[in-house]
Write a protein that binds this ligand. Structure first.
Ligand code: G16
Length: 578
């Protein structure tokens, strides 16, 4: 039920038109994400659409008799452009279970946002709209200078349609998804996880689960000063405060006030430009350490470091050998393998102690960007099934739900673990033998990739294995050298790929050229795909040597430029910085 007359809503839409009259604004890899000047009109329309999404969800769940879902459930919206620089902004929506919204809601949203005929809009969506949900929309935003203004446009649209909005202010994307999931606890959380639908609740849950896990698998982590604290590059974004808050929770709860902090958050908002020469995207794509804008970061040792992205839903770990050189990079693949190895050991301990425990399945989900060596290690050494999906956590998450323990990570450090109900029952039975199995779902954010949760988990596991970053880099498998580049083209939609994005289907001339390139270098692999978050085509190459990988990526990028309408001279391709 609209709270103001439909004509007034249309008037507001006219005051905030879509910037580009002819563009179809798509819901990309992770929401609507564009240069900020495009976002005002989009945000207002997403706000208006939020009521219609609630209605659609209500229609779906009310007829679903199979589950204990309630017909009216809270949803969420996060205003952020995540890993992109400050010139972008965007919006990602959360489903009631904290995951990304499903394809049918994306379609509804895209149709509403792109409806240019406002008479038709009024007749189709506003006139006679008499649904008022008891459920709420949780809203959060990142530290970008324009995020608060865009949030108020969302709220304006949502409230005009009668939606109850709870504005949580500046927070990380995973915190927002956690809040949404915990607000719908009855339908989606197992009884072993107490609901805590707030920012403070998130920090308490993370802090206490980390301490509990360390207590049982790595007591050394919390019993004194660490020789090497973990230096956290927060990309000058929202992760800084989140890491500080969780650290303070752990310090107080664990009586660690007399110890040196084991986490050193650096690169806080304002110390440097967001995601620029810092953050996980920079470290993973450029294969370079970040700029340490904070004085504390400049002075500290660089042998145990991590970088998160601008909304703290991704993380990579590294050791730097100099201010300009990475010693080792531990990306999402390495994180997935570390977690898989730990689960496997705990499972075999549990079954060793009680062979009658019910069986649970475990699998890992990756994308075409996964380093070939990691996939091989998972399948051959750990003997874990691997599924490859399209890029985008929404695809990985969905595939991971097929397993009782579904570990999913993109190479860029975006990932988490999801657990089935059968797993929760198993873990409670196995608790006396392996308490960690019951604690892990409280430390791991099952809603979405979460840099803070992943940071704590990885730290506890490294302490458990008594591994340095160097050990982690060398004791599992050795990455095949790889290189990623991006190419600016006139229209990135000309690039169409197969289902798992390993082959380019359009333009038809490109794949044969890439195939030729691969046959010239045995053991190599290259592919390209249109980004869903930036106006570029991404190119990936992997080969037996660093020189071959770099050369291959450069040639493949040149081919993309030629076959896909590259913009400007070929020399303008964004080559990696030597
Ligand atoms: C988003 C998605 C990720 C994806 C990344 C890059 O991350 O959530 O799943 O890997 O974009 O996508 P693309 O290659 O299509 O540009 P984030 O952290 O930016 O939200």
């Amino acid at each position: 039920m609209t709270t103001i007359p439909p004509e007034q809503i249309i008037e507001t839409m006219q005051q905030h038109p879509l910037l580009d009259e002819s563009t179809e604004y798509g819901y990309g890899t992770a929401g609507f994400r564009f240069k900020v000047e495009h976002m005002d009109g989009i945000m207002l329309r997403v706000g208006i659409a939020s009521a219609i999404l609630q209605y659609e969800l209500f229609q779906n769940t009310k007829t679903n008799t199979n589950t204990n879902q309630q017909p009216q459930q809270d949803m969420g919206v996060m205003i952020t452009a995540s890993h992109n620089d400050e010139s972008y902004n965007g919006v990602k929506l959360s489903n009631p279970d904290g995951s990304m919204i499903p394809p049918h809601l994306e379609e509804t949203l895209v149709a509403i946002v792109n409806q240019r005929d406002l008479d038709l809009f009024q007749n189709t969506h506003l006139k006679g709209f008499d649904f008022r949900s008891t459920a709420k929309f949780h809203v959060g935003y990142d530290t970008r200078s324009h995020s608060e203004r865009l949030t108020s446009l969302f709220i304006k649209g949502a409230q005009a349609m009668g939606v109850t909005v709870i504005n949580h202010g500046v927070l990380t994307t995973p915190m927002l998804h956690h809040i949404v999931l915990h607000s719908n606890a009855k339908a989606y959380l197992p009884a072993s996880i107490p609901p805590c639908p707030s920012r403070a609740g998130y920090c308490q849950a993370m802090g206490s689960a980390y301490l509990e896990l360390c207590n049982v698998v790595a007591p050394c982590a919390i019993t004194g000063d660490r020789s090497t604290p973990l230096l956290v590059d927060c990309a000058c974004g929202v992760g800084y405060k989140a890491v500080q808050e969780v650290l303070s929770e752990i310090t107080i709860r664990g009586n660690l006030t007399t110890c040196k902090p084991f986490l050193v958050p650096c690169n806080e908002p304002g110390e440097g430009p967001l995601n620029t020469n810092c953050g996980s995207e920079h470290v993973q794509k450029q294969l370079k350490p970040p700029t340490w804008y904070s004085k504390t970061g400049q002075d500290a040792a660089k042998s145990y470091c991590c970088s998160v992205d601008g909304d703290a839903d991704r993380i990579v770990f590294f050791a730097a050998s100099s201010s300009n050189e990475l010693g080792s990079l531990l990306d999402g693949d390495k994180i997935a393998v570390l977690i898989g190895k730990f689960f496997q050991a705990e499972l075999s301990k549990a079954y060793g102690g009680n062979p009658k425990l019910p069986k649970v399945s475990m699998g890992v989900v990756q994308t075409a960007y996964a380093n070939g060596a990691s996939t091989q290690y998972l399948e051959k050494n750990l003997k874990v099934p691997v599924v490859i999906t399209k890029t985008g956590v929404k695809h990985l998450h969905h595939a991971a739900l097929e397993f009782d323990i579904g570990i999913y990570f993109e190479a860029n450090g975006h990932g988490t673990v999801v657990f089935s109900q059968a797993y929760h029952e198993f873990a409670s039975q196995a608790k006396s033998i392996c308490p960690a199995l019951e604690i892990l779902p409280r430390l791991i954010n099952p809603a979405v990739g979460d840099a803070v949760s992943d940071l704590l988990l990885v730290d506890a596991l490294l302490q458990h294995f008594e591994w340095t970053v160097q050990d982690w880099a060398t004791k599992l498998y050795t990455d095949l050298p790889s290189r990623q580049l991006k190419v600016q083209v006139k229209d990135r939609s000309v690039v169409q790929c197969n289902d798992n994005e390993t082959k380019c289907l359009q333009p038809t001339t490109l794949q044969p050229a890439l195939d030729q390139l691969m046959s010239d270098i045995p053991g190599s692999r290259t592919f390209c795909r249109a980004s869903g978050t930036e106006n570029v085509v991404r190119v990936y190459a992997e080969a037996p040597t660093r020189e071959q990988a770099d050369k291959m990526a450069t040639i493949a990028a040149g081919l993309v430029h030629t076959h896909c309408g590259g913009v400007g001279p070929k020399s303008a391709i964004l080559f990696f910085k030597k």
